[in-house]
Design a protein. Sequence first.
Length: 49
Amino acid sequence: MELELKRIGQLIAPWGGTRTSVEFFRKYREAFEKVESKVHSLESFEISK
């Protein structure tokens, strides 16, 4: 996952400069973590049933 995020950052960097790619990177990562935590809570919910 880390590698994938770095690759995305590198794809964006040439166009938007480093600051924008860092901002995007942060937003992308936050969104990913939210999805991941939802998946985890769903998994634990399924197990507890």
